[in-house]
Design a protein around this ligand. Sequence first.
Ligand code: SF4
Length: 267
Amino acid sequence: MTSRASNPAIQAFVRGLSEHPQIGEVLITAKNSGEDCFELRHIDDREEKATALIPCTTEDLREIVATDPQGNFRPLKSSPDLRRGWIAKASTESALWELLNILYPGAIGDWYAQQHQGSRPTSYPDFVGRQSGMYRGASQLSPLETRSLVAGCCSERHCLKQRLWTTEGEATHDASQDLPLLCREPCQLLLELARRTSKMLQEPQVSIELPRSEATALMTILKEQLKRGKPTDRIADFSSPLNPRRIDHLTRRIEQQFPGQTEELGE
Ligand code: SF4
């Protein structure tokens, strides 16, 4: 555990808590002192009495973040599906640091580094250019493919992080915002989707012709499937046609290829 004296990141974070008490889906209440100096709960439980929530230890919290409300494994801790119904307490800044690193690994350190050290995040081409082995294919995607991949995989629907790394044609997020979860480089999930996309693009390609209304119907089906929430498939299993990130990416690829053709559809 990092000690208070050597951890300016958690000190800066705590100083800002009165103004910005939320990070990701977690609400943090700072009390004056004592054993429950900091209280953490899901933001959607803010109106609940503390006694209605289940007190959890550090180990309990590790279990809570491991699965979503349906019991599926959460490979990405920044996905917007943190379970509700718990309450955790920390008596020191060090203990708060530990809890936050379970909820959002590395987030406070990344935020502090970005605010105070001004380090420059990478770009997608530079990052994937350094990959070897199974992820080398990620660097073979065109800028257009990369754009729909990033837009689909990193959308708010799937991830609460604000992307700082760049890719052609896709805007980054504003790092000056209050206590955001920052994404400094592509994660394993995005790399895996990039790898699979690159592999799929080597398959024989097919083309279909549809009346506009049928193309619109197809887009509606894809978007409805996305809205319905998670299928039972594993989130990181991109071999499944029902994988939500895969559907999101596919929808954006179609929209990219036929700009304006599906504009009558709402989100
Ligand atoms: S690469 Fe995208 S999906 Fe992965 S953590 Fe960063 S913003 Fe989230």
